[in-house]
Write a protein that binds this ligand. Structure first.
Ligand code: NDP
Ligand code: MG
Ligand code: MG
Length: 340
C-alpha cells in the first residue's frame, strides 16, 4: 500500500520562518489562508482590488497586490482559476521568483501542460486537497480535514518535500491522510475524476434518470427527489462506509436492484467511453480545447451553461429547494464547482 502521511509523521517547523503568500482568495484561497494562519503560519494574501480583496481584509489578512505579496514571500501558493494563472504568473509572480523561493499549486494543470514553466532555481510543489475549498475550511474548523496529495516537481533546496508536507499539515489534510504523487498523476486523475465520475458522470446520470421518469409521465417533483435530492443521502453512506456501507443501509430490494440493474446502465461501452475521456486528458487534447475556449472568451461554455440552467430538473429543483430552508445554500462556487 502507498505510504500515507498523518500529522505525527510531519514536522511543521520547516514553515516556521517562512512567509507564505496565498495568491487568490476564492474557494481554495480562503481556506488555505485561514487554516494556515490558525496553524501558526505567517500568511499574506495576494490579489487585485475587488470582492476577494475586501473579503480577505475583512477576515483580518494583510492583503497586497500579487506582485508585492510575491516579492515579500518565501513560499508562493497560486490559487487562482487555472485558466487565468499563466497571465498573472508571467506578469506579477515570475519577476519576483528569486532563487531558493518555493512556488506551489493546488492542481498541476498549468505546469503539467506546459503553460507555466518555472525557473530552475526555485522549489516547485503541489499541495492539493481532494475536496472543495469550502469543505477544506469547514472540516478544519471541526477538527477534521480533507485528504490531500503532494507532489514535488523541482527540489533545489533539498527541503521541498518537507515543506510540501508541512503545508499539507497546515491546511488540515494530514488529519485525513496525505499521499505523494506526481504532477502528471494528480493532473490526469483530477481531470478524469471530475469529468467521468464526480461532476460530468454524475450530472449526466442524474439528468438521464430524471428525463426517463418524466418522459414516462411521472411527476417532475417526484423524479427530482428520487434522482437528485436523495443522491446526497446515498453518497453520505458511501463516504462513511464505502459501497458495502451504503448497501448495508439500503433495503435488500434496493441492493438486488443495484446488482442487477447498475451494470445494465453503466455498461462495458460506458467504460470504453471513459477510456476515451482519459485518452483526451493524457494526450493534452482536453487541455488544449479548454485553453483555446478561454482565449475565445468561452463561446461554448457560455452557451451550454445557459441551456443547462433551463433544464426542467433545475426549474423544478429551484422551486422545491425554496421550500426546504434546511437544505443550506452553500456559496455558489461550492455548488457549481463541486469537486474541482
Ligand atoms: P476560485 O475561482 O474560487 O478563486 C479565484 C480567486 O482568484 C478569487 O479570489 C479571484 O479574485 C482571484 N483572481 C482571479 N483572477 C485574478 C487576477 N487576475 N489577479 C488576482 N486575483 C485574481 O478558484 P479555485 O479556488 O476554485 O481554484 C484555485 C486553484 O485550486 C485551481 O488551481 C484549482 O484547480 C485548484 N483546486 C480547486 C478546488 C476547489 O475546490 N475549487 C479543489 C482542488 C484544487 P476576484 O474576487 O478579484 O475575482
Ligand atoms: Mg479534484
Ligand atoms: Mg479539478
Amino acid at each position: 500500500m502507498a505510504k500515507v502521511y498523518y500529522n505525527g509523521d510531519i514536522n511543521e517547523a520547516v514553515l516556521a520562518n517562512k512567509k507564505v503568500a496565498i495568491i487568490g482568495y476564492g474557494s481554495q484561497g480562503h481556506a488555505h489562508a485561514q487554516n494556515l494562519r490558525e496553524s501558526g503560519v505567517d500568511v499574506i494574501v495576494g490579489l487585485r482590488p475587488g470582492k476577494s480583496w475586501d473579503q480577505a481584509e475583512k477576515d483580518g489578512f494583510d492583503v497586497k497586490p500579487v506582485r508585492e505579496a510575491s516579492a515579500e514571500a518565501d513560499l508562493i501558493m497560486i490559487l487562482l482559476p487555472d485558466e487565468y494563472q499563466t497571465a498573472v504568473y508571467k506578469n506579477e509572480i515570475e519577476p519576483e521568483l528569486s532563487a531558493g523561493k518555493a512556488l506551489a499549486f493546488a492542481h498541476g494543470f498549468n505546469v503539467h501542460f506546459n503553460q507555466i514553466v518555472p525557473p530552475a532555481d526555485v522549489d516547485v510543489f503541489l499541495a492539493a486537497p481532494k475536496g472543495p475549498g469550502h469543505l477544506v475550511r469547514r472540516t478544519y474548523e471541526e477538527g477534521a480535514g480533507v485528504p490531500g496529495l503532494i507532489a514535488i516537481y523541482q527540489d533545489v533546496t533539498g527541503q521541498a518535500k518537507d515543506v510540501a508536507l508541512a503545508y499539507a499539515k497546515g491546511i488540515g489534510s494530514a488529519r485525513a491522510g496525505v499521499l505523494e504523487t506526481t504532477f502528471q498523476e494528480e493532473t490526469e486523475t483530477d481531470l478524469f475524476g471530475e469529468q467521468a465520475v464526480l461532476c460530468g458522470g454524475v450530472s449526466a446520470l442524474v439528468k438521464a434518470g430524471f428525463e426517463t421518469l418524466i418522459e414516462a409521465g411521472y411527476q417532475p417533483e417526484v423524479a427530482y427527489f428520487e434522482c437528485l435530492h436523495e443522491l446526497k443521502l446515498i453518497v453520505d453512506l458511501m463516504y462513511e462506509g464505502g459501497l458495502e456501507g451504503m448497501r448495508y443501509s439500503i433495503s435488500d430490494t434496493a441492493q438486488w436492484g443495484d446488482f442487477v440493474s447498475g451494470p445494465r446502465v453503466i455498461t462495458a461501452e460506458t467504460k470504453e467511453r471513459m477510456g476515451e475521456v482519459l485518452k483526451d486528458i493524457q494526450t493534452g487534447k482536453f487541455a488544449k480545447g479548454w485553453l483555446l475556449e478561454n482565449q475565445l472568451n468561452r463561446p461554448e461554455f457560455t452557451a451550454i451553461n445557459a441551456s443547462e440552467s433551463k433544464h426542467p430538473i433545475e426549474v423544478v429543483g429551484r422551486e422545491l429547494r425554496a421550500m426546504m430552508p434546511f437544505v443550506k445554500k452553500q456559496s455558489k462556487k461550492e455548488v457549481t464547482a463541486g469537486a474541482k
